[in-house]
Write a protein that binds this ligand. Structure first.
Ligand SMILES: O=P(O)(O)OC[C@H]1O[C@H](OP(=O)(O)OP(=O)(O)O)[C@H](O)[C@@H]1O
Ligand code: HPA
Length: 185
């Protein structure tokens, strides 16, 4: 599939910045302190949800000053689309989770179907506990179940189509350093 790089460039230029890099960094500091207060000493296995969780993982793991292991899983529901679909598991967890404390890291809890399916899968593997952390929580009432929230959240964000800090627009701008909303969406 060919990509219109002019469109991709224009999307970045026209976007509304909802949180700049400094705001994201402050949210990461706060979230890291909360995770540390609750999970230091639990020897967690931290699962990065690829691809979106990559940036959160890279930024928050160095802020966690306690022993932990890192692994990844890959599940996608949007692909390059702007609307979610069926969850496509591309890489399931391979580690032995029995008796482990697990922490899942992702960029966004939008409708929550992705996180719900991942948590269900992990819980069925016999861990002691499974917790979740997301950089952003989108504010709307279309969650997988009412009141759904991750255990740790960086920032609550508006109900718009976002990119940056791991979130993509048609596969692009995961690398944008803040959180941006596509103009008109
Ligand atoms: O709460 P939901 O509505 O289920 O959406 C959240 C999920 O959507 C995005 O993943 P995506 O499917 O776009 O794959 P990606 O991580 O490769 O971008 C994001 O990284 C979350 O995993
Ligand atoms: O707003 C979003 N932006 C990018 N990826 C997403 N996945 C779920 N919601 C979003």
């Amino acid at each position: 599939m060919s990509v219109d790089l002019d469109e991709i460039t224009r999307i970045r230029e026209d976007a509304d910045c909802l949180a700049d890099g400094a705001t994201v960094a402050a949210a990461l500091e706060r979230m890291a302190a909360e995770i540390t207060a609750q999970m230091a000493g639990s020897n967690p296995l931290v699962y990065v949800v690829m691809n979106g969780g990559l940036i959160l993982a890279g930024q928050i793991l160095p802020r966690l000053p306690f022993p932990l292991e890192v692994a990844y899983l890959h599940a996608t529901r949007y692909g390059h689309a702007l609307k979610g679909n069926q969850l496509d598991w591309r890489m399931r967890p391979t580690q032995d989770l029995r008796g482990r404390t697990v922490l899942v890291l992702d960029d966004i809890l939008d409708e929550g179907h992705t996180l719900q399916a991942i948590l269900e899968y992990l819980k069925a593997e016999g861990p002691k506990e499974v917790r979740s952390a997301v950089l952003t929580h989108k504010l709307h009432d279309r969650k997988a179940y009412p009141g759904m929230r991750a255990d740790f959240t960086g920032l609550d964000v508006a109900d718009r189509f976002l990119f940056g800090c791991g979130m993509d627009y048609k596969g692009y701008w995961r690398n944008a350093p803040g959180i941006y909303a596509v103009k008109g969406l």
